[in-house]
Design a protein around this ligand. Sequence first.
Ligand code: SPV
Ligand code: MG
Length: 291
Amino acid sequence: MIWGKAKILRNKVKTKGLVVGVGARDALDAKLIERAGFDFVWSSSLCISASYAVPDANLISMNQYLEVARSMNEVINIPIVADCDTGYGNVNNLIYAVKLFEEAGIAAISIEDKKFPKDNSLLDGGRQQLAPMEEFEGKIKAAKDTQKIEEFMVIARVEALIAGWGQEEAYRRASRYAEAGADMILIHSKSVSSEEIVKFIRMWDRPTPLVLVPTTYPKLSEEKVMELGKVKLVIYANQILRAAIKAEESLLGEIKKAKGIHTIAESIVPVTEVFDLQGVPQMKENEKKYL
Ligand code: SPV
Ligand code: MG
């Protein structure tokens, strides 16, 4: 792991037009994201809980999320933005989380203004209960007061559009969170059209940069986001998880159909690629030098 990842992320935000990250469920995903040239890894609560095959509803604990994020961070040089849900409880839980995630070398955390335990934002009929705004302002202040590394960032995620509370409420909350010290505002939408999010971006008149997760409105390309301005981070939160599920299902079906593994060579990578991703070449170098 290299230190100073928070600084690396801050510098990217300052110098790059748009900083792009991808959601990961484990260290191998994180490695692939880095290898593909993305700016950062989003340690996604949806992807990590899916890797345990349990709902994204605070069923697994803060420590489980932390250990996954730590394992990712140990094998990549790009920064991690950790999806910390609502902060795992009230402000006391969040203060503890900030301490641990920062100590693990995580560059930034995102916390959302919903009640604990939360439900995934994209879930049809999910419990999208917003926390009182004042309570969430307290969480942002506490997180900012707790961090020790100056460049560490706290992203405040506004769920008002997800909960159906409308644009005005979203704007009101985003403004208050920016005033409370949030480094960025993640404005989340599950609308299948980008109209809702574009409307918010046009309305946004504060210097605090915005973060988008365009899962349900994929037509809003990076080029269009850049044209709109104000947005600094874009997160492709769950696409590699969904690609992996599709590839694995198709492969399993083929093995079952062919009653053997003689037809699948083209669908899988050679084991040498697995060894590369595990850092075996480096290990062998070390053995030559030191063993
Ligand atoms: C995640 O990737 O866990 C997110 C984004 O928080 S969403 O699934 O849209 O809530
Ligand atoms: Mg999440």
